[in-house]
Design a protein. Structure first.
Length: 141
């Protein structure tokens, strides 16, 4: 049974599910920072997913990145798997703008996280509802 790593639970807000991945929003209003987590047990590395899941993960990642680039008018999209702190396999999809808090450096550890307000989260959810219309289920939480 799929269980989200406790660190991801602590640091993110649940948005919903693609066919393979749970979509999370990092609770850091410095950047629109999303995380995809394949709903598979005991996976810490991309290569541990079977080929079909690898392809599905890439499809979900690229589709999300394209939507976010347009939705947030990104100058650059950062897409990465690291897992140095959280070993559960997850993909970061981060909207970057030339005027964001860390530009042009990576976002990790650059500035303290600035939690979203309930109003900001509601606005992001509503914006996503307009573009995530196929093969996506919104969840509360």
């Amino acid at each position: 049974m799929f269980a989200l790593d406790s660190r991801l639970q602590q640091d993110t807000l649940t948005i919903g599910d693609f066919p393979l991945c749970r979509l999370l929003l990092s609770n850091d209003a410095n950047y629109p920072w999303f995380i995809l987590v394949p709903r598979r047990d005991d996976i810490s590395e991309l290569f541990q997913l079977d080929v079909a899941d690898q392809q599905q993960l890439w499809q979900e990642t690229t589709a999300l990145a394209e939507l976010l680039k347009d939705l947030f008018d990104a100058d650059k999209m950062n897409v990465a798997t690291l897992g140095n702190v959280v070993s559960q396999m997850h993909m970061h999809v981060i909207v970057r703008k030339r005027d964001d808090a860390a530009w042009p450096a990576p976002v990790w550890g650059k500035h303290p996280a600035r939690p979203y307000s309930a109003e900001q989260v509601a606005t992001i959810r509503e914006r996503l509802r307009l573009v995530l219309t196929e093969h996506f289920t919104f969840l509360e939480g």
